[in-house]
Ligand binder design. Sequence first.
Ligand code: ZN
Length: 242
Amino acid sequence: MQQLGELMYKRIMVFGAHPDDEIVMACAIAKMAAEGVEVTVITMTDGSEGYPDPKLKNKIVALRKKEAKACDRALGIKNREFLDAPDMALSNSKENLKKCIKLIRKYRPEALFTHGPEDVHRDHRNAHALTRDAYFHASEPVAAELGAPCKKPWLYYYKSASYDFKEVNYRLPYVSFEVTGYAEKELEAWKTQRSQYSVFRKTEEDFNREIEDIKKNRKKVFISFCIAETNTVNQFLENKEK
Ligand SMILES: [Zn+2]
C-alpha cells in the first residue's frame, strides 16, 4: 500500500481508552512536542481495573492519574483530559460522544490519533468507534452548544490496524514518521507507570538499563500510522496537487 506524506501539525490530539495507551506513540509525541506541537491526550476511562494486587483496588485510579501526569512531563504532553468512563465498560454512548465532540472543538487539533479497529480489548474497540464518530460530528454544524464546528482533522490509527503493521501488505495507506533520537522516550514513558510494572514484567532497573542501551546504540527509527479515512487520503492528494 502507498505510503503518504509527512506529519506536520501545530496541534494534535491523541485518544486512548486507558491512562497509558498513548505511550505506544510516545516517540512521535516526544518529537512533536519538542518541535513545538501542542499535544493533547484524551484518556477515556479511569483505568480502575488496572490493579495487579487486590490491595491497590481503591487506590489505582488516583495512582494512575498521578502516573499519567508523570508521563505528560516525560513526553512534553501539554494537556490531558480524563473522561473517567468506567474501565472495561467504555461505551460509544451519546453522552461520551458529546464529551469527545466538545473536546475536539475546544482544542481544535489538526490531526487525531486513536486505536485501530482490530483490537482484542473491548475498550480499545469502543474508543476507536467513539473517536471516529466524534471526528465526524465535531466538524459538522450540529450540537452547537458543544462549541463551534472545527475544520475536519486528519485521522490516524496508532495501533491495531492492519495487524499492528506486521503485515507486509498494508490494507490502509500509512505514513512513516522518523523519530530517530527519541527511541528511548517510549521506555521513559512506560517507566513512569509504576503501578503497571508487574504487567510489563519489568523493574525500574530493567528500564534504566534498556534506556541506556538505546542511547548508546543510536540508529534510525521510524513509527508508522495508518491513515484512517478515504476522505483523508483524498484530502492529502488534493493538498499535494496544489
Ligand atoms: Zn488500553
